[in-house]
Design a binder for this molecule. Structure first.
Ligand code: AMP
Ligand code: ZN
Length: 144
């Protein structure tokens, strides 16, 4: 399967690489929301956040924290977003897991989705639904 990020990892496609180690590569997004918008990509191919093995997450998050600090400082951003889009509906276009680091400035537009309100009882209903799945899988989470 052809994957643009695997090609970048393997140096078969060009990218403006900012940092790499044995686990991750970080490079500039070619269609930035703000200049300096960076992607942190594990060298191994995983389709999305849910399929990244737990043992690999710490390395990716550690690198993302380090690179986010460098990006923020270098473009003198006021803040930044770290996000990951998962699935078409969430805007994922490259199915090789990655974190976006997006520098943000006080004068930026905000990109908050329209906020919904929970109707009577619905907050509890949604919480119950999620809690029941969590309790079903918590042994898996705890490695039992
Ligand atoms: P997502 O939509 O969350 O899957 O993010 C994919 C990101 O990859 C988009 O922001 C694209 O602009 C970026 N992108 C796609 N191809 C390349 C490439 N060859 N080099 C750098 N960034 C890329
Ligand atoms: Zn890939």
């Amino acid at each position: 399967m052809e994957c643009i990020f695997c090609n970048i990892v393997e140096k078969k496609s060009e990218a403006e690489i900012l940092f790499e180690d044995d686990k991750i590569v970080a490079f500039l997004d070619i269609q930035p929301i703000n200049y300096g918008h960076t992607l942190v990509v594990p060298k191994k191919h995983y389709d999305n956040f849910l399929t990244v093995p737990r043992n690999d997450l710490a390395d990716i998050v550690k690198a993302t924290q380090f690179i986010a600090g460098a990006v923020k400082r270098s473009v003198k951003a006021d803040g930044f977003n770290v996000i990951t889009n998962n699935g078409d509906s969430a805007g994922q276009t490259v199915y090789h897991f990655h974190f976006h680091i997006i520098p943000r400035f006080n004068e930026d537009f905000t990109f908050k989705p329209r906020i919904k309100n929970y109707g009577t009882g619905a907050l509890r209903e949604y919480a119950d639904k999620i809690r029941s799945i969590i309790s079903k899988y918590k042994d898996v989470y705890n490695g039992k």
